[in-house]
Ligand binder design. Sequence first.
Ligand SMILES: O=C[C@H](O)[C@H](O)COP(=O)(O)O
Ligand SMILES: C=C(OP(=O)(O)O)C(=O)O
Ligand SMILES: [Mn+2]
Length: 458
Amino acid sequence: MVDPTETVVQADPAVIAGLDYWRSLPIKQQPEWSDPEAVRAASAEIATLPPLVFAGEVDILRDRLARAARGESFLLQGGDCAETFAGATAEQIRNRVKTLLQMAVVLTYGASMPIVKMGRMAGQFAKPRSSDFETRGDVTLPAYRGDIVNGYDFTPSSRQADPRRLVQGYHTAASTLNLIRAFTQGGFADLRQVHSWNKGFAANPANQRYEGLAKEIDRAIRFMEAAGADFDELKRVEFYTSHEGLLMDYERPMTRIDSRNGTPVNTSAHFLWVGERTRELDGAHIDYFSRIRNPIGVKLGPSTTPEVMERLIDKLDPNREPGRLTFITRMGAGKIRDALPPLLEAIKGFDATPLWVTDPMHGNGMTTATGYKTRRFDDVVDEVRGFFEAHRDAGTHPGGIHVELTGDDVTECLGGSEQIDEATLATKYESLCDPRLNHMQSLELAFLVAEELAATTR
Ligand SMILES: O=C[C@H](O)[C@H](O)COP(=O)(O)O
Ligand SMILES: C=C(OP(=O)(O)O)C(=O)O
Ligand SMILES: [Mn+2]
């Protein structure tokens, strides 16, 4: 029997039909499935499975991001370039959450503002690639497109796109999210504990430069204690999930109608973004993103013109709704000081207030002579500095950072206080796609960004 006290709002049939309009548009970066019937069956199965997030959480996040866009809080978004199914272990999930929580405490202090915590986690399984194929020696096979599509092993059977991975992706996201919720609600996020981990970081002689800030935070926490702050209240944190909304055979069946108001919400994550390679104005992804209610992001590379930016705003945020749209700029350290200012100037005339976030990773890639994809820590820091400078000059808000990181002790990015060099990369290079900051480099970045934030908000 229908509960008469519960209102279930049905979606307008035109809204439902619109959710499939992308199928008639040009689309990029989708796998070549060899068995379309099996793909339809997998998508149909996913459509029957419970949502991973609740639309009400998505609404709260939109409010949180609106505050960040107004300069009243700051977004920290981070995680693997490509999550793997095998990597969805308690230890690796814990290390990533721990790293993000540690970074957030440092940033909270530096900014004197709330930090919105968001993982590139619980669904970051699909990758766009520069090339559809990979060649090793005289063998050419389809490129690895993420665990939700195919396997990384360089064999024909592993590289074949396998629709069963779509369903496995859902279940892996579900168990990852479950553990994230347990950690962030069950006591693991206790402020004093997180701070004690940070003290350990600053006590390392290599990180002496950050000791002063760590001590200041220590004093602030002792002051809170003395003043009677309720630390039990500070054991739980809001933590949101996000991934690139790329693989439409997964994203479409995860799109559900919010029974409270009849609007479509992608329930695979709280926040999704469109990548630099799939954000054509008249393409499938932008059309689909224009129809979901989630707060969404768009990556903007160095060739983005003000005209393209304006058309993206008109399509994705026609009502100029606070918190709806985030621009994640990924310009490159050498380009950000030229490429970002014209966009920040232009935005002033567009009657729009997107949240501006810097991704200092994707414009700074390089490949070593030995074949490792890597990034220099110094370039990452330099792009972040360029981001703050550009916003300071334009009078706009630098609203967040988006980083590829892991909580593990890997050797994928060059530099940092451990001074990882090219020869060291081989010792623990684990990423299946782009190089991530390791635990130490991530904390170091947080301390450096905290200094920038302190200068901005002072
Ligand atoms: O994560 C981003 C992209 O998928 C990645 O940078 C593409 O890498 P590729 O140039 O090795 O395909
Ligand atoms: C693919 C990615 O980035 P971009 O779209 O900016 O290249 C990514 O974030 O992993
Ligand atoms: Mn990446």
